[in-house]
Design a protein around this ligand. Structure first.
Ligand code: SAH
Length: 394
């Protein structure tokens, strides 16, 4: 198979030589034979030396690299990628009682544009690039071969993640199997009902597994407020950890319903838990000072683009300032940002400004990120998207 070729401007091969997997449109000198949206292309430097092979895309990131070797991107290629990804996860899973995990994490697994989350017998595949969308059937076949006996269904969910301008029809649906398996999956021994068809993202926030475990260790005897609870992940861990009471808050009534369901699934008849469908800021503002001594702040990405970074940082500052001001003396705050454009330093500065505004004594006990089934490709630091701090407020 010969792929169409893209030639870079002189000197623009530097980032590829350092294995960064993106080619920006400004780096391109010309393309041979008009590659189409999502097509596989080869990239060459200005002296016609081969650099990489990847998926091309209309936009500022013009190519996402699949391999730095001159090789064919076919079913066998994908199979090898899935095998490598599955080996890492099997090692991790053997050590935790979980069948909820991320199988492919885009660039972190050398598969830019492909997210796959597994819930028991179901894999939810999500394409973020036209190239991965076009490869979906080949990907599903390769995944099914590698994961045979482990997964029974592959649900494709990309209607909301593909770039709109690509004009691609992406219908959500099963590429393999069907909805004939349980929707209850397990994370660290806790059960969660996961609605991969209608829920947010692929149905569950998988990236907080280790951070939830840490919360469990801090929860004993504490009055916990879980802000932005979604399906109640942190709430269930807090209850298992021996919290005195747990209040869960989310602006979505559906999320509150799912949280209540998950609490009931794990702790039938539990009286320590209550959930409220309310705006987080409003809830915090009206909360009595010292009602809680453990607060989780895990908001949605306040900044999806660099353009709104400043407003996002103001949002993090405001949210953290209210929590720091209101929490009981000796209280613990788990605070997160999942915005990719917000760096670790930006986030820490926003929390610092929040603390300074309150004048309270605040210590950082832990610095958190996503766990190992969301690996960060060392050549692609943008893949580190979760930033978290555990604060002690005196
Ligand atoms: N902590 C969750 C994931 C949070 S995702 C977990 O561990 O699973 C972010 C959540 O914030 C979503 O459920 C969304 O419905 C909710 N949300 C968004 N804006 C909100 C607001 N202003 N107030 C309260 N909740 C909000």
């Amino acid at each position: 198979m010969s792929y169409k070729k893209i030639y870079l401007n002189p000197g623009k091969e530097e980032s590829l030589k350092r294995f960064h997997p993106w080619v920006f449109s400004g780096a391109i000198h010309h393309a041979e034979g008009r590659p189409e949206e999502g097509e596989i292309v080869e990239i060459y430097d200005s002296r016609k030396n081969f650099l990489a092979v990847g998926h091309c895309q209309i936009g500022s990131i013009a190519v996402r690299v699949l391999s730095f070797k001159q090789e064919e991107i076919d079913g066998n290629f994908w199979k090898k990628r899935f095998e490598t990804a599955w080996t890492l996860r099997q090692d991790l899973l053997n050590k935790t009682n979980s069948n909820i995990f991320r199988l492919t994490h885009g660039e972190g697994d050398n598969m830019p544009g492909l997210i796959t989350d597994v819930y028991g017998k179901t894999a939810v595949m999500q394409a973020h690039t036209p190239g991965m969308h076009l490869a979906r059937f080949e990907l599903a076949t390769a995944m099914e071969e590698v994961m045979a006996g482990f997964i029974e269904n592959i649900y494709y969910k990309s209607e909301e993640t593909l770039p709109f301008k690509a004009g691609l029809e992406a219908e959500n649906g099963y590429l393999y199997g069907g909805r004939n398996v349980s929707d209850i999956a397990v994370e660290n021994g806790l059960q969660f009902r996961v609605d991969w068809e209608k829920g947010q993202k692929t149905g569950f926030f998988i990236d907080q597994r280790d951070n939830r475990s840490l919360l469990e260790k801090y929860a004993e005897g504490r009055d916990v407020l879980n802000m932005f609870c979604y399906t109640g992940g942190f709430s269930c861990y807090a209850l298992r950890g021996g919290a005195s009471k747990v209040h869960s808050v989310d602006s979505s009534a559906k999320a509150v319903h799912l949280t209540n369901e998950n609490v009931a699934l794990n702790f039938p008849g539990e009286m320590r838990h209550q959930a409220f469908a309310e705006d987080a800021f409003k809830y915090l503002e009206k909360t009595d000072a010292s009602a809680y001594d453990l607060i989780v702040l895990d908001p949605p990405a306040f900044a999806k683009h660099r353009k709104v970074l400043k407003n996002a940082l103001q949002g993090y500052k405001k949210l953290n300032a209210i929590a720091i001001e209101k929490i009981r003396t000796g209280g613990i705050i788990f605070t997160f940002s999942c915005s990719q454009v917000v760096t670790k330093e930006d986030f820490r500065l926003a929390v610092f400004s929040a603390a300074a505004q309150t004048g309270r004594n605040v210590k950082i006990l832990h610095q958190l990120t996503q766990q190992a089934d969301h690996p960060i490709n060392i050549y692609h630091p943008e893949g580190e998207y979760i930033k978290g701090l555990i604060l002690l407020v005196e």
